[in-house]
Design a protein around this ligand. Structure first.
Ligand SMILES: *Cc1c(COP(=O)(O)O)cnc(C)c1O
Length: 492
């Protein structure tokens, strides 16, 4: 019989194939405080509540106490002494619940309402729209500043609008939307305004330089989401959704006694649920306190400022817009003698030991384009490697300068041409079954059944991004879904 030790050893071998989660080598996905004590504390806290069911805080009183403390902490962080809310499993769940709350509060039937968001808003709102039968209107942002365009948002509101969204800051470029102006618009038009601070809310709350108002203090803001598993440094599985109005909070609850089992009262999407994420987040907020967050955020701000300067000094690249907070994006500088492709640059920086995140160009509804870019998430641990990283950014740029953009695999270029010429329609592509869709991927050299331990290494990410830019978006989405479904299932 296999022993527990052997199983753990096997898990260690699997974990060795992962991107490094500590040490500042990957500038997305993970938010490393750089403090070993924080990670140990989170693990101890999560282990202690491992058997608990977060479904019922009246049976498991620790769950209620922890949620109360986290809400209280969040009230202080986001400027409201009486906001109410729920602890969720993550940013997506918080955003889905914000939309559900707006739909229920306004008594809008599924299929009827719309949510108006800047085009830089997180894709979680599209997911909310799909799940809840709400149309999401992505309104073009200014392509230079990447800030939400308040007049354009005003123009997209109609009598079916149930919610506006602003980001503080947005994920793609780290820009802080004009929340005060959006709040004013929301009040004038009588709709709710959700501030999506999932990414950086817990950093902006202690940002060392003055910022325009962006939180629950802004008139017109009706809800705000922030992820503990990002700049709260908690393991994945904890976010908060706060409402300024108790009825808006209650509107998203699901409660029923109309079945023969126990009374069901769910503030969030899950039924039985782990208490681990929330409890680890709670322990970390207790340990760091406001002073700890302030210190870590000062460190992030200094490092982000340095790296923005480094990129600003590289001929051929530019920082996109005017980022506020802990993340920013880098694009080709079209005014340079030799603009640098940001994805080639990311490849070269990866060869020097740091993984950045490529983002495709995005054509907005008004045909203006948000440039292809590379995203950097700065965390407290980044300061420990900032010299080496700065060197990699500069040196990688010197090698990438003059390299052509990557092109999509030949089979996908042919497919893109077939869409352009009208030989194939998007509807045709969307009716392909799973086996035929997989055949398209394999034909393009993207075989989801290659050995998982070397599949990641053999994927040319720049080429995949090039394919994403050239194919119709619903088709790319279908191909990506097929890839991931097959990749995380056993080979047939
Ligand atoms: C990460 C993020 C989300 C979604 O959060 P998940 O925790 O990944 O589900 C939503 N909005 C913004 C701005 C984010 O950065």
């Amino acid at each position: 019989m296999i022993t527990p030790d052997e199983i753990v050893a096997e898990l260690r071998r699997l974990r060795a194939t992962d991107a490094p989660t500590h040490g500042g080598r990957i500038l997305s996905y993970v938010y490393d405080s750089g403090l070993a004590a924080v990670d140990r504390l989170a693990a101890d806290a999560a282990a202690l509540v491992q058997p608990v069911n977060g479904l019922d805080p009246t049976t498991f009183g620790s769950v209620a106490a922890i949620e109360r403390d986290l809400i209280s902490f969040s009230r202080t962080a986001f400027g409201s002494s009486d906001a109410v809310g729920s602890i969720t499993s993550g940013g997506t769940e918080s955003c889905v619940l914000a939309v559900l709350s707006a739909r229920e509060y306004t008594r809008t039937p599924a299929g009827a309402g719309n949510v108006v968001v800047p085009s830089t808003a997180h894709a979680a709102f599209d997911k909310a729209g799909k799940l809840l039968g709400v149309t999401v209107r992505r309104v073009p942002v200014d392509p230079t500043t990447t800030r939400a365009d308040v007049d354009a948002i005003a123009g997209a509101i109609d009598e079916d609008t149930i919610l506006l969204v602003g980001s503080a800051p947005n994920y793609p470029t780290g820009t802080l939307d004009p929340i005060v102006e959006l709040g004013d618009l929301a009040l004038r038009r009588g709709v709710g305004l959700h501030v999506d601070a999932c990414l950086g809310g817990l950093a902006l709350a202690w940002w060392p330089t003055p910022l325009p108002d962006w939180d629950l203090t802004v008139p017109g803001v009706t809800s705000l989401s922030a992820d503990f598993h990002k700049y709260g440094y908690a393991p994945k599985g904890a976010s908060v959704l706060l409402h300024t109005d108790r009825d808006r909070h209650r509107a998203a609850f699901f409660a029923t006694t109309d079945w023969p089992g126990y009374p069901v009262v769910n503030p969030t999407l899950l039924g039985s649920k782990s208490a681990a994420g929330a409890t680890a987040a709670w322990a970390i907020t207790r340990y760091l306190g406001e002073a700890g967050f302030t210190r870590l955020v000062a460190d992030i701000a200094a490092t982000a400022g340095r790296l923005v300067d480094v990129v600003g000094g590289i001929d051929g690249l530019r920082v996109v817009g005017d980022p506020t907070g802990p993340v920013f994006a880098v694009a080709a500088d079209p005014d340079a003698a030799t603009p640098i492709d940001p994805h080639r640059w990311a490849d070269e920086v990866a060869a020097r030991g740091f993984t950045l995140q490529p983002q495709p160009a995005y054509v907005q509804a008004d045909e203006s384009t948000l440039a292809a870019s590379t995203h950097l998430t700065i965390t407290p641990v980044t300061s420990a490697v900032v010299d080496e990283l700065s060197h990699a950014l500069r040196d990688g740029a010197d090698t990438a300068r003059g390299l052509e953009r990557s092109v999509a695999p030949a089979a996908l270029r042919e497919l893109a041409a077939a869409f352009d010429s009208g030989a194939v329609s998007v509807d045709d592509a969307l009716t392909l079954d799973s086996a035929s869709t997989e055949a398209v991927l394999v034909g393009a050299g993207i075989d989801p059944h290659t050995d998982p331990s070397d599949a990641a290494g053999s994927l040319d990410l720049s080429a995949v991004i090039a394919a994403i830019e050239s194919l119709p978006k619903p088709v790319t989405a279908k191909l990506l879904a097929e890839f991931l479904a097959a990749y995380s299932n056993p080979a047939p």
